[in-house]
Design a protein around this ligand. Structure first.
Ligand code: ADP
Length: 206
């Protein structure tokens, strides 16, 4: 691909608040938010891909990498074609993808990662409590069962955490995910704004 999408990654364990931050940032002109979990949940459940998603997510496992990245790619290209995401002016805010090193390698031709915002929450019980609340609020079946939640947290620890080493300290901003959302957002926004390179950067229609 000639020009890679300029990308901010929101990274963290299930329940760390990636979606909340990604969605909020996506409301700001010149930022486009894409959550991989939402892409999966938008697939009809009675299609082969939909069934495959349910099979893996209900066990707290990751959907296989090739399927996931291809699905993400098709979805994001559709957003480009629909002019919802305009890569020449917009920054891409990704949450939930890449989720392991193999996905990062598959996505490397498409994304130029500017910063990885790591929402860190070493207190696993806090994450479990958040996910249980989300199960009720968002009607998420994969959050309803404590065993599946524990499995997702283990998957994160084993497969996703190594991504931090993969991207390296120079790209990572560690943020305390137990702070209120507004404080986390403030840290993310301050970092993005202080990295501004020119007066025209982040101007929506330049
Ligand atoms: P959470 O942030 O709680 O993990 P998501 O909505 O991001 O929730 O993802 C829900 C489920 O969708 C995951 O547990 C996994 O099964 C599947 N999934 C989402 N993103 C990916 C991905 N990048 N690779 C593989 N599976 C994924």
């Amino acid at each position: 691909m000639a020009n890679k999408y300029r990308t901010y990654l929101i990274f963290g364990a299930p329940g760390s608040g990636k979606g909340t931050q990604g969605r909020t940032l996506g409301l700001v002109p010149s930022f486009f938010h894409c959550a991989c979990g939402d892409v999966f949940r938008s697939i009809e459940t009675d299609t082969p891909l939909g069934r495959s998603f349910l099979e893996y997510s209900s066990k707290g496992q990751l959907v296989p990498d090739e399927i996931t990245v291809e699905l993400w790619r098709v979805s994001i290209e559709r957003c480009v074609d629909a002019h919802e995401f305009r890569p020449e002016v917009d920054y891409l805010v990704l949450d939930g993808i890449p989720r392991n090193v193999s996905q990062a390698d598959l996505m490397d031709p498409f994304i130029d990662v500017k910063t990885v915002f790591h929402l860190s929450c070493p207190d696993r019980d806090k994450l479990v409590a958040r996910l249980k609340r989300r199960a009720i609020k968002d009607n998420r079946l994969d959050d309803a069962n404590e065993e599946v939640i524990r499995q997702r947290l283990e998957t994160y620890q084993r497969e996703s955490k190594p991504l931090l080493d993969h991207y390296g300290d120079s790209l990572i901003v560690n943020i305390d995910a137990t702070e209120p959302p507004i404080v986390v957002l403030h840290t993310i926004v301050s970092h993005i704004v202080s990295g501004r390179k020119s007066e025209t950067e982040f101007v929506p229609d330049n």
